[in-house]
Design a protein around this ligand. Structure first.
Ligand code: HMG
Ligand code: MG
Length: 299
C-alpha cells in the first residue's frame, strides 16, 4: 500500500538556484525560503557551503543563513563537501547537513575533483564531527541510475556507495537521478537491491530530476516500495534551459497535486506554494516548467 504521509524535502533554494544563470539577490533568497516554510514545507534546503568559485550562485551562504534565524535550523539543511564547509556551517548554527557522493567516477571528478573513494574519505571526518555535534546528516548519492559520460549505472555500483555512506554514519540517503533518465522499473530494481544489501527503506529518500518527464512516475514507484521522503523543487526550478543533460527537479507543485490526490498528507498548502513559485518565476524573469503551477495560475 501507499504511505499515509510523505515528507517533502524542498530543494528549490539550493538545487534550483545553484543552476540559475542569474545570481539571485540574497534578500530574495531569504524571502523565498521563508515563504516555502510558511507554505508548510517541513524541510527547506537553504544553501551550500562549497567553494564559492565552483558555485558562485550560492557564494552568499554566510549572509543568507543569518537571515533565516527565526526558522528552526533543523528544518534548513545545507550542503557541506568537506571540513572547511562544515566549519563554515557550524559557525552559523547549522543543525542539519548533507554530504554529496557520486555512484560514478566521472561525476565525482567533475563535481568534487576527487575519485569516488577520495570523496568518501573527504566526507568521513565531516560526518563524524557532525554526529559528535548532534547534527543530522543526509548523504546524497548522484548518478544512481545514469551518467552523462558513462551511460546506465549498474545497480551494484549504486548499492556499493550507498552502503559506504551509511557506514560513514549518514542518517538518511537521498538517491539522486541527477540527469533524469530513471524509469519506474529501474527505481524498483534499485530499491529492492538496496533492501537485499541491508539498507532499510525508512532511511531512503528519492531525488528525481524531470528531464525525461519520468519524475512523478518514478516517485510513485518509490512510494509503492514504502519510501516516505521525496525531494522536489518549487516551480521545478533548476537546470539551464540551454543545457542538454539536465532540467530541474520534480516540481513540488506537481508532487503535492499527486500526493494529495492519493490522500497522502504533506502539510503543504498548495495555494501558498503556487503563489510563492509564481512570485519566484517573476523574479527570475522566466516561466516555471511546472504543469500544476501553470494549470492553477489565473492570469
Ligand atoms: P578543490 O579545488 O579540490 O578544493 O575543490 P581543495 O580541497 O583542493 O581546496 C582548494 C581551496 O579551496 C583551498 O583554499 C580551500 O580552503 C578552499 P586555498 O588554501 O587554496 O586558499 N576550499 C573552500 N573554501 C570555502 N568553502 C569550502 C572549501 N573547500 C575548499 N567548502 C571542493 C573541492 C569539494 C571544495 C569543490 O569541488 C566544490 O566546492 N564542489 C562543490 C560542487 C557543488 O556544489 N555541486 C553541486 C551540489 S551536488 C548536486 O547538485 C547533486 C544533488 O542535487 C543530487 C543529484 O541531483 O544528484 C545533491
Ligand atoms: Mg539534484
Amino acid at each position: 500500500g501507499l504511505p499515509a504521509r510523505v515528507t517533502i524535502h524542498e530543494v528549490g533554494p539550493r538545487d534550483g538556484l545553484q543552476n540559475e544563470k542569474a545570481v539571485v539577490p540574497t534578500g530574495i533568497k531569504a524571502e523565498f525560503i521563508h515563504r516555502l516554510a510558511d507554505a508548510g514545507l517541513p524541510v527547506v534546503e537553504a544553501t551550500s557551503f562549497v567553494h564559492p568559485k565552483w558555485v558562485p550562485q550560492l557564494a552568499d551562504a554566510e549572509t543568507l543563513f543569518p537571515l533565516l534565524g527565526d526558522l528552526d535550523p533543523h528544518r534548513l539543511p545545507v550542503l557541506v563537501p568537506n571540513e572547511r564547509g562544515l566549519d563554515r556551517a557550524l559557525a552559523l548554527g547549522a543543525r542539519r547537513i548533507a554530504v554529496f557522493a557520486s555512484a560514478t567516477e566521472s561525476f565525482a571528478k567533475a563535481n568534487l575533483n576527487r575519485t569516488v573513494d577520495e570523496a568518501l574519505a573527504m566526507f568521513a571526518p565531516v560526518v563524524a564531527r557532525a554526529k559528535d555535534a548532534g547534527v543530522q546528516v543526509r548523504g546524497y548519492l548522484s548518478m544512481c541510475f545514469g551518467d552523462p559520460w558513462e551511460g546506465p549505472v549498474p545497480v551494484a555500483a549504486t548499492v556499493r556507495v550507498c552502503r559506504e555512506l551509511l557506514d560513514l554514519g549518514c542518517d538518511e540517503l537521498s538517491l539522486g537521478d541527477t540527469i533524469g533518465v530513471a524509469t519506474p522499473g529501474h527505481v524498483q530494481r534499485l530499491l529492492t537491491a538496496l533492501n537485499e544489501a541491508g539498507v532499510p527503506t525508512s532511511r531512503l529518500g528519492v531525488h528525481f530530476h524531470d528531464t525525461y518527464g519520468q519524475a512523478l512516475a518514478n516517485t510513485f514507484a518509490a512510494l509503492q516500495h514504502g519510501v516516505t521522503t521525496v525531494d522536489a523543487s518549487a516551480g521545478g526550478l533548476g537546470g539551464c534551459p540551454y543545457a542538454k543533460s539536465a532540467t530541474g527537479n520534480l516540481a513540488t507543485e506537481d508532487l503535492v497535486w499527486m500526493l494529495h490526490g492519493l490522500g497522502i498528507e504533506t502539510g503543504v498548502d498548495l495555494g501558498r506554494l503556487t503563489a510563492t513559485s509564481a512570485w519566484m518565476a517573476e523574479a527570475l524573469g522566466r516561466p516555471s516548467p511546472s504543469r500544476t503551477l501553470r494549470a492553477l495560475s489565473h492570469d
